[in-house]
Design a protein around this ligand. Sequence first.
Ligand code: FAD
Length: 466
Amino acid sequence: MKPNVAAAKEALSHLDIETSDRAIRAKSRDFFWYSPVLKTRLDHVEADFVVSPRSEAEVIEILRTCYAHDVPVTTRGAGTGNYGQAMPLAGGCVMHMRHMAAVKEIHPGRVIVEPGCLLKDLDAACQEHSGQELRMFSSTWATATIGGFVAGGSGGIGSITWGALRDLGNIIRLRVVTMEEEPRVLEFRGEELHRVSHAYGTNGIITELEMPLAPAYDWTDIFVAFDDFDAALEFANGLGNQDGILKKLCSVYEAPIAHSYFQRVQPHVAEDTTLVGLMIAPHSMEGFLTFLGRHPAGQLIYRSDDNDWDRTPGPVFEYGWNHTTLRALRVDPSITYLQVRYAYPDHIALVQKMRADFSPEVMQHLEVMRESGRTIFAGLSMVRFTTEERLDEIVRLHEEAGAIIFNPHRYTLEEGGRQSADQRQLDFKREADPKGLLNPGKMITWDNPDHDYSSMYAYPGLQAAE
Ligand code: FAD
């Protein structure tokens, strides 16, 4: 089945279609270049056309038309994903969700919204309506969409209290359109949510989401400085365990991250400072300060509600999660990163071992998370990149030590996850995308169930570089 791009484009020409080469190239890219491995492999990838639906009916029309003409469809929220998630590896159509951004209903504890709504706009609407906000958001809050967060993200600011996006209760309902001769509209709740959440749009297009909300607060941003990494680690873990202190963020940055890469923080820290970034609810500040008093090694150097810095650092969450890597990359383009999960109960010992084994080649950047009632660390370790072989070796040594790696230097769901098929996602793809046209090349088990993960998967349909 050879795609008939011209016929699909012609049939959709009455919709909002981008025609300029520049716009098509820009909308074919995401933040894949964070990875030196993906940068060399995906830089040339480009769609044939970009179309932006205004309604679910237009989504259905686009999918029906592209199905009829065998044209691949890769959905784009805002394109802030890191692994080429929103990049059209086989060309074809990029469906950009920017016009479908309506906040439809807000109720106590939940919101119903279209996928293209920016996280910041959604928070603003919920706050204005009834003093509520999203339980969690990616650090790309200002630019990313709620649909892209659910289809491509994993968690973020808020996960210290609420856990990961995939945890039960963190998504209430998704409305999904299939890629068939006659697309169907399905509603998923409960177990069914796992078919399409974090599936990179490979098996259905989300056209509406129902998400849980929490009370909104004017969070206090805080930096606490430590001379000693282990003291900072113990502090962060202990704070994660303080159930009575309401917090939205606790990030740990091993020295010299803060001094080398956080320009506005640099005058306030030393090269050997390990920094902890925090968001604490205002009514929890007394509890927090009492907790801090029990950790004399920690020195409070910044609080947004009582600031004495000449230049404010801006939102502390924009130093955390993958913004840490972004800040480092701006200063030193040779920096890259890993995504690590340090599970309870060995999380502290494992971080200490990885630090002992890899410092200073790998710098520890940790995010405190909740998982099944326990405190764990998500590591977004920063790596001084030398070669792909060495990067693979660092990954292997982490895995051998018992750390779980979600490899950000791969573009497939499986390699960015647990290196195995997600049967629910695969089964639903068989049903909802029988021609395999949705975001091709991202689900290995669809293309090649025998892939053994001993080497990087190379999607055979990947556009050839010119
Ligand atoms: P896109 O990148 O456009 O899309 C992501 C994936 O979802 C793609 O596979 C796309 O095809 C699919 N998709 C988009 N919309 C739909 C839809 N309607 N239906 C079906 N599939 C769809 N991620 C986190 O989880 N937590 C973080 O804290 C975080 N921090 C980041 C910091 C930086 C600096 C950067 C560059 C990235 C970060 N990310 C993080 C990754 C990314 O920003 C988030 O996951 C973000 O929420 C993705 O939203 P988006 O609108 O940009 O999605």
